[in-house]
Design a protein around this ligand. Structure first.
Ligand SMILES: Nc1ncnc2c1ncn2[C@@H]1O[C@H](COP(=O)(O)OP(=O)(O)OP(=O)(O)O)[C@@H](O)[C@H]1O
Length: 266
């Protein structure tokens, strides 16, 4: 019998609000992300995009509202628990260990999932040894997927920025998340690097069937890469829909793209 499509969205953000000492970062935000969708969060600086990602992976707890991930409701969730549930995260500023090799950085992403205790690891007891071997194999598998195998032993800090960014995404992927959160994955890159990382993201989405929520300022890339765009402005949702509709939305053009940038959206 053919498998029935799961009707649940991957992620629902329901009436979420968050403030910092009286400053409203997010106000009553509601939207949903379908499975295997690339959803781009866009909006001016301070719109609340990073705060939202921090809620989604348990770094911040919203003042009100809830998150539903694959049908499970939560408001308060530790980042480790988010990772174990299948929510992976890449950061705005490179969060890699620059003095460690590419391979060890990817393994570090996996060790958050370790079942071995510190004592087992310290004494290299069988469970820790078995895990280390599995992590190493998995890390090599991921490096092959990202065409990074030849850099496995290279210290991350010596690699060009675009390659480092690939390593960071590889590290987030190693733990096999089903939802990947990326905070400005293309920031600080030249045009060629942007194209390459955008292609990597598109491949992760189609080949690994990953749902991806990303923050991106380059509207040209967003329109090409995303299936769904949510526009935030002062913590509120200004628009939510497919890229073509967002591109033509007069409120978005006025508030975010700015009338002087309207030709970008044309
Ligand atoms: N840890 C914090 N403490 C206090 N205020 C914060 C904190 N994090 C964010 N804010 C405030 O919350 C609001 C939303 O910030 P946030 O970083 O989420 O916006 P953003 O859309 O990601 O901006 P950017 O594009 O500049 O990264 C801003 O007013 C910001 O100053």
């Amino acid at each position: 019998m053919p498998m029935r499509e799961d009707p649940l969205p991957a992620l629902e953000v329901r009436n979420v609000s968050l403030s910092f000492k009286g400053v409203k970062a997010i106000s009553d935000l509601t939207f949903q992300v379908e499975r295997q969708e690339i959803c781009a969060l866009i909006g001016p600086n301070g719109a609340g995009k990073s705060s939202l990602l921090n809620i989604l992976n348990g770094v911040y707890v919203p003042d009100s509202g809830e998150i539903v991930f694959e049908g499970e409701h939560f408001r308060r969730m530790h980042p480790l628990e988010a990772a174990r549930r299948g929510i992976g995260r890449g950061f705005q500023n490179n969060a890699l260990f620059s003095g460690m090799s590419v391979l060890d950085n990817v393994i570090a992403g996996l060790s958050r999932h370790s079942r071995a205790t510190l004592v087992e690891e310290a004494f290299r007891l069988p469970r820790a040894r078995g895990e280390e071997r599995r992590f190493r194999e998995r890390a090599h598998e991921v490096l092959r997927l990202f065409d990074l195998e030849r850099h496995a032993a290279t210290l991350v800090g010596t690699l060009p920025y675009g390659v480092q960014k690939k390593v960071e995404i590889a590290r987030a992927i190693a733990a096999e998340p089903r939802l990947l959160l990326l905070d400005e994955p293309l920031a600080g890159m030249n045009a060629a690097e942007k194209q390459e990382i955008a292609a990597v993201i598109a491949r992760l989405n189609t080949e690994l069937k990953l749902t991806i929520v990303l923050i991106e300022h380059d509207i040209g890339i967003v329109l090409k890469l995303a299936h769904h765009v949510v526009v935030l402005d002062y913590g509120r949702k200004l628009a939510d829909g497919p890229p073509e509709a967002i591109r033509d939305d007069p409120d978005v053009i006025a508030a975010y793209l700015g009338s002087e940038h309207a030709e970008i959206a044309a």
